[in-house]
Design a protein. Structure first.
Length: 134
């Protein structure tokens, strides 16, 4: 659904289904790079917050664990809206700061939940359109 190190052009809100957050890991300098699941998110949660913070590059990947439906928000339009509406922008950035704080409070080294398994397809819906397959 989104790839680590890719341009963060969308923020997604999960309506239905579950997504695994995955990160590239490597044990040692010469170890094989693998994808590890570092978290699972479901309905009401969001992924792709990197779309709102420079350099606008996704810091992890998101893969569907089951069929899912998400609302896709265009990052550039959302950033413009937040800039034009500073009170809303402040609230959103407070949430992002809380997410960052929680990550830094977690142990520096965390064992992954699991290595990547098979993926299933997701459906994405823009706020003004019907559900589309991705």
């Amino acid at each position: 659904m989104l790839a680590e190190d890719a341009s963060a052009d969308w923020l997604f809100i999960i309506e239905q289904g579950k997504l695994a957050l995955e990160k590239k890991i490597q044990f040692g300098r010469r170890g094989t790079v693998r994808m590890a699941t570092i978290g699972v998110v479901g309905p009401g949660k969001s992924v792709g917050w990197s779309a709102l913070t420079p350099p606008h590059i996704y810091t992890s990947a998101a893969m569907c664990l089951e069929p899912a439906r998400v609302i896709a928000l265009d990052a550039q339009a959302l950033r413009r809206f937040l800039s034009d509406n500073p009170r809303v922008g402040y609230k959103v950035m407070t949430v992002i700061a809380g997410l960052a704080r929680a990550r830094y409070r977690a142990p520096r080294i965390r064992w992954p939940i699991s290595y990547r398994s098979s993926r299933t397809s997701c459906a994405r819906r823009s706020p003004r359109s019907k559900t589309i397959s991705t």
